[in-house]
Design a protein. Structure first.
Length: 399
């Protein structure tokens, strides 16, 4: 969540920044609720102080104390209700976008930073489902629509890609993690998935658990409620896990193939850093992902997403879009983001340093994801990049 104290000191600046995300009304409602809460605090403190007496109270004082106690009970109830309302509204306010983020709210408003590689010249490019071995029909029988089996050589290519990413990042000092994918509400709210993305989250009400839509969530919750030491930062993790998304609102989008499915695998980078180092860390995570996409020999471009088109918890997001020959365009395959102190405030993850105890900064970034393996199939038309061969990928994919 945003720093409410800082917002009180500069409400105009915060409102203007959040207006870029279409969140000025949510901010106004939060500030109004915060003002109502603050107005009650001194009255509660005054009533509590009036209960303190020196010596034995007189009968008149006893009667007055009863009245004060009754009034205090009512005001404390009002205070608790005001605090709950303020906290509820705080969860609806997104992070403040970084000044370098462009305005806008659609894909067309993204700003391209650079490109790498040349799209292959293919007379009749085949789609990934025509090259690899996928079975969505049988998957539909056991799981429903938008699920698929990866079979044979196709599965080996994907597995090799995950291992390539893990090995490269572990060599850079990231600690490998296989995280849980069933999570409590605290982790979902803490990382900003709830309430903003509730329509896309799978919930298991009977167990009070949720299925993670990305390894970012359990990795972000790894230090839930902890105070970290500044000398131990940055803490860098790389997690591999399946991810689950309901894809609500995606009806009619990418209905062919495996581009938009309910379950996919992903290798995710996650960093806990000192506040003053987080923007350099963002560029580091982006460079790591670019290195992996280059190792896969996939043409791509890097864009900065506009203020109204990235996750609630983020202050800035880069997307890496890889070329898909069957569509003749670049498609988003990786997001690399800085959440600044937004997630840490919700998660209660802090750092103890020279300035005392303060929220840590968190960052996350896709390393590789299933969609990249689909792009490999299409760009190589069944061939396999050399970087995957040491990890058990075949020289050529047989359908």
């Amino acid at each position: 969540m945003i720093d409410v104290r800082a917002a009180r000191a500069d409400p105009g600046g915060y409102r203007a920044a959040l207006a870029r995300r279409g969140a000025e009304r949510a901010f106004d409602e939060l500030m109004a609720a915060d003002e109502r809460w603050r107005a009650l605090v001194p009255r509660v403190e005054e009533l509590r102080a009036s209960q303190k007496l020196d010596g034995k109270p007189t009968p008149e004082q006893v009667e007055r104390l009863k009245q004060v106690k009754e009034e205090l009970r009512g005001v404390e109830q009002q205070l608790a209700a005001a605090e709950a309302e303020r906290d509820r509204l705080a969860l609806r306010v997104p992070n403040v976008p970084h000044e370098s983020v462009p305005d806008g709210s659609s894909e067309e408003d993204a700003v391209e930073i650079r490109r790498w590689g040349e799209p292959p010249e293919l007379a009749e490019p085949r789609e990934h489902t025509e090259i690899g071995r996928f079975d969505m029909e049988r998957a539909a029988r056991v799981a429903g629509s938008r699920f698929g089996y990866w079979i044979g050589d196709t599965a080996l290519v994907a597995l090799a890609m995950y291992r390539l990413a893990l090995d490269r990042l572990v060599a850079k000092g990231f600690l490998a993690v296989l995280p849980p994918v069933l999570l409590r509400e605290e982790a979902m709210v803490g990382t900003g998935q709830l309430p903003s993305l509730e329509d896309n989250v799978y919930e298991l009400p009977k167990d009070e658990l949720y299925l993670a839509g990305t390894a970012e969530i359990p990795l972000g919750g790894l230090h839930l409620g902890e105070i970290l030491e500044a000398d131990d930062l940055p803490l860098r993790y790389v997690g591999f896990s399946p991810s689950f998304r309901r894809e609500a609102g995606a009806a009619g989008k990418d209905t062919r193939g495996m581009l938009r499915v309910h379950q996919f695998n992903k290798v995710e980078q996650f960093s806990f850093t000192r506040p003053e180092e987080s923007w350099d860390e963002l560029e580091r995570l982006l460079a790591n992902t670019e290195e992996l996409v280059q190792a896969l020999e996939l043409p791509y471009r890097v864009v900065v997403l506009p203020a109204g088109d990235f996750g609630t918890a983020m202050a800035k997001t880069y997307d890496i879009e890889v070329w898909f020959p069957s569509q003749g365009r670049y498609r988003e395959t990786a997001s690399i983001s800085n959440a600044t102190d937004f997630q840490a405030r919700r998660l209660g993850t802090r750092v103890r340093g020279e300035r005392g105890v303060e929220p840590v900064h968190t960052l996350n970034g896709t390393a590789v994801v299933d969609r990249m393996a689909l792009a490999v199939l299409e760009n190589f038309q069944g061939g396999v990049p050399d970087a995957l061969r040491p990890y058990g990928a075949p020289a050529h994919v047989r359908a």
